[in-house]
Design a protein around this ligand. Structure first.
Ligand code: ADP
Ligand code: ADP
Length: 227
């Protein structure tokens, strides 16, 4: 589903990713961990074409991310991204956060988008909050909305960039529970996270990045020394 080969990414003259190669199979859950500043966030942003890269190839479901001919908005539409700080539209109601892109980008009818949005809110336990604004919800609730919003685009895969790092401790598990359910449903997921309990329970593989290089890329059981 996601195939990264010999990826090199520079900011100015500094290479922050050096010759990185890995892949994520359909239905696979990969956790990306490593020290702060090692390039984890940059790696998944390259997959979603949020960052350009200088060398190597990234294929997502057979689409070449670095190819200038690729329609990036439609690629981004199919690769869901969840950020540390939710990044919901503050001036839109929760349900409108979920229906905007399906209507504008995918051309869904308002009625279809709304029914699907409500279904997804139900799935993340927030059906009762559809008419509220993001600022009226807790951080954990907002992050669950952000996940539902990404799912509203029928993504091929989901990328998570430290989705629980900005949350109060008591809200972390409600977000990890939603991510766990998504993984159990067979979603292809690449998750940058420091939540090693989640990685141990849910990930199929763990990638450890250090200084812009993939230092380890192993089955989770092996990474955690269970075999
Ligand atoms: P991580 O997610 O592992 O904390 P990042 O991918 O955010 O690491 O960053 C990797 C390196 O790239 C860091 O040294 C960071 O300072 C640098 N970096 C990230 N974004 C930019 C940018 N927009 N311009 C210049 N350097 C950046
Ligand atoms: P994350 O926690 O997702 O890795 P950071 O907190 O490292 O993100 O960075 C936040 C924003 O600042 C990002 O857009 C990143 O590209 C940018 N950034 C990070 N490091 C640098 C840097 N050294 N120079 C310029 N921009 C940077």
């Amino acid at each position: 589903m996601i195939d990264i080969r010999n990826l090199t990414k520079r900011y100015g003259s500094t290479a922050v990713l050096k010759d990185c190669s890995t892949h994520v199979a359909k239905g696979e859950v990969v956790v990306v961990c490593g020290p702060s500043g090692s390039g984890k966030s940059t790696l998944i942003k390259c997959v979603n074409a949020l960052e350009p890269f200088e060398a190597g190839t990234i294929m997502v479901d057979g689409i070449s991310v670095g190819d200038p001919a690729t329609d990036l908005p439609s690629l981004r539409a199919r690769v869901g991204m969840v950020f540390q700080n939710f990044e919901l539209f503050p001036h839109l109601k929760i349900i409108e956060n979920l229906t905007l892109a399906p209507e504008k980008v995918l051309g869904r009818s308002p009625d279809f988008a709304r029914r699907k949005g409500l279904d997804l809110l139900d799935r993340v336990g927030l059906a009762a909050h559809a008419r509220k604004y993001p600022g009226q919800l807790s951080g954990g609730q907002q992050q669950r909305v952000a996940i539902a919003r990404a799912l509203a685009m029928d993504p091929l895969a989901m990328l998570f960039d430290e989705p629980t790092s900005a949350l109060d401790p008591e809200m972390i598990s409600e977000v990890l529970d939603v991510m766990t359910a998504l993984a159990r449903d067979g979603m292809t997921m690449m998750c940058v996270t420091h939540e090693m309990g989640f990685a141990r329970r849910v990930a199929h593989r763990v990638i450890f990045i250090d200084g812009g290089t993939i230092a380890e890329d192993r089955p989770a059981a092996e990474f955690f020394g269970d075999t």
